[in-house]
Write a protein that binds this ligand. Structure first.
Ligand SMILES: [Fe+2]
Ligand SMILES: [Fe+2]
Length: 178
């Protein structure tokens, strides 16, 4: 008799196959009721950040960039820090999902690099808006992947009690960077 799950050492009983099976799960991005605890907070923050990104994206007024972007930048970086500190490591330990956490860290690093590349530009410089559009494209793709691929399965895997417990850890892990 073989255990058949040499890569899984957690006590939850979930292995990679189980995680992949959960991939069938489809949750509408607009259906916040489907999420609870930290996942609901993360979804709400994605919505708020996206709305602010859209306002900047649709404007050609430098004063709008100046007014809105510093807060968007700070909140986005804090959001990613909180996810990396509290959410991904916890879920990875449950389902042998180190690769999910690694992929997330890589994407967050790419995002930070794109943000830093416009930090050195003036808002009035045409390259700033182009760089901003690149940041927004990365953010959209990253949020979409989390909302449709990661959060629904992670929530199902760890359960409501843990996702509510993670909410406090997430808030502690959010580091505001100026
Ligand atoms: Fe993220
Ligand atoms: Fe996120």
């Amino acid at each position: 008799m073989s255990s058949g799950s040499s890569g899984t050492s957690g006590s939850s009983g979930f292995g990679k196959a189980d995680w992949n099976a959960l991939g069938e799960l489809k949750v509408s991005k607009s259906d916040l009721r489907a999420f609870n605890g930290v996942f609901q907070t993360l979804m709400e923050e994605h919505g708020e950040l996206t709305a602010l990104f859209l306002r900047i994206n649709s404007s050609s007024d430098v004063s709008v960039y100046k007014d809105l972007y510093p807060a968007v930048r700070r909140e986005l970086l804090a959001h990613e820090m909180g996810e990396m500190a509290a959410v991904y490591p916890f879920v990875a330990a449950y389902a042998d999902l180190e690769s999910e956490a690694v992929r997330h860290g890589k994407e967050a690093g790419e995002l930070k690099g794109a943000i830093m590349s416009i930090d050195v530009l003036d808002y009035g410089d045409a390259r700033w808006k182009l760089g901003f559009e690149h940041v927004f494209a990365l953010v959209r793709s990253h949020f979409d992947e989390e909302e449709t691929r990661f959060f629904p399965r992670a929530q199902l895997l760890i359960g409501q009690e843990n996702s509510e417990m993670l909410e406090a850890r997430y808030q502690e892990g959010k580091v505001v960077i100026d």
